[in-house]
Design a protein around this ligand. Structure first.
Ligand SMILES: [Zn+2]
Ligand SMILES: [Zn+2]
Length: 394
């Protein structure tokens, strides 16, 4: 198994801190991408850039005779949050911050590249530096551009998680993250005098019925044993007390862990919008943005992921996360094409930090060693077993 020495950990820490000081939002990871390419060149690893604009895919083991090909993924983007930390490596860009640990994911994957470069591999490993996980579904975009076309049989990734101490990992099969379906409803009626409603079409009354009716998708149409939530976070309409509102906008999101429940709620949303539109003679248009499917780890990928984790951390250090998170992850898109497993790297350590997606977020950088070792190990293990399987079949 590969081992991260002091020098490699320091190298990764420098990368992480450099990225932390220069965070970039989804699809704007230009400097990040250039920096990743510079580090890959330093390691002598070949790559192709331009995936989804800023993505980079590097491949190690191009010359091996075996056909196995495995992918490792790191996301690169930051969030529109003001960094409130007082550390020397705090963000230098006002209002933008690596508040989800993606700077660490990039450093780990480069660390894994350094380890894999020196190993004898039973196949090829592609290192996927992906844009726009937080906003815009970068995974979906680069897959549509052919990121998985070159015979990649499985993809693995990990997410830093400060709920667990450094040196622990969670590995689960099945659903671990929820689907997320943000939506906007556009209401169009007819303006008029407040005293003469019969000459107008009131979008506020129609919208109020709509907000209430949509809750019945959860309370009356979803199995009470399933978890699902529909939240309306914004309802905007109207101009003044004596004018009937001509148009309105309602924004909300649907979260659930079950694809069948999701489908049912989405179908129901359209049906209720059509019904309310008919009832009040207004127009209601449904629009979805950046929808995410659930993250489902396959049994076989989770099995390899777990064994790799146990090899490097020991048995008691690899646990289950328990119930699926209601957070979303665009890693789900890889799993719609190939086998895959997303794990969590404990990074709580001794750092006094705020939660992910907050201005105080930070993590214990010792996790970089765990992440790089696990990424390299899971790739090696998957390739070796894939090759053994293929040679038995001959
Ligand atoms: Zn995030
Ligand atoms: Zn994240």
């Amino acid at each position: 198994m590969p081992v991260v020495d002091r020098q490699l950990l320091d190298w990764m820490r420098t990368i992480r801190r450099t990225l932390h000081q220069h965070p970039e939002l989804s699809y704007q990871e230009y400097k990040t991408s250039a920096y990743v390419q510079e580090k890959l060149t330093e390691l002598g690893v070949g790559y192709r850039n331009g995936w989804g604009g800023t993505g980079v895919i590097a491949t190690i083991g191009r010359n091996v005779v075996f056909q196995g090909h495995v992918g490792l993924r790191a996301d690169m983007d930051a969030l529109p949050i003001q960094d409130t930390k007082s550390v020397a490596y705090a963000s230098k860009t006002p209002g933008v911050m690596h508040a989800c640990g993606h700077d660490g994911h990039v450093a780990m994957l480069l660390g894994a590249a350094a380890l894999l470069e020196k190993m004898k591999l039973a196949g090829r490993v592609s290192l996927i530096f992906q844009p726009a996980e937080e906003h815009g579904n970068g995974a979906e975009k680069i897959i549509a551009e052919g990121a998985l076309r070159d015979g990649i049989g499985a993809v693995f990734a990990g997410h830093i998680d400060t709920h667990y101490p450094t040196g622990m990992m969670t590995v689960d099969h099945g659903i671990i993250c929820s689907s997320s379906d943000p939506f906007s409803l556009k209401l169009e009626g007819k303006s008029g005098h407040a005293a003469r409603p019969h000459e107008a079409r009131d979008t506020i009354v129609a919208g109020a019925f709509l907000v209430t009716a949509l809750q019945t998708l959860i309370s009356r149409e979803t199995d009470p044993n399933q978890s699902a939530v529909l939240t309306i976070g914004r309802f905007h309409a109207g101009y003044a007390h004596n004018i009937i509102a001509e148009d309105g906008c309602i924004d909300g999101t649907i979260r659930t862990n079950d694809p069948a429940v999701r489908r049912r709620i989405l179908d129901g949303l359209q049906r209720i919008c059509d019904g309310i539109a008919l009832q009040f003679a207004v127009k209601v248009t449904v629009q979805y943005h950046d929808c995410l499917p659930v993250v489902v780890n396959s049994v076989s990928a989770a099995d390899v992921a777990r064994r790799a984790a146990q090899l490097i951390l020991g048995n008691g250090k690899v646990i289950s996360q328990g119930r699926p998170s209601l957070g979303g992850e665009d890693f789900a898109f890889y799993q719609q094409v190939v086998d895959g497993c997303l794990v969590r790297f404990g990074a709580g350590g001794s750092v006094e930090n705020g939660p992910a997606h907050s201005g105080g977020f930070d993590f214990d950088e010792d996790v970089l060693a765990v992440g790089a070792t696990w990424l390299a190990s899971v790739a090696m293990l998957w390739l070796r077993e894939h090759e053994e399987h293929a040679s038995h079949g001959r």
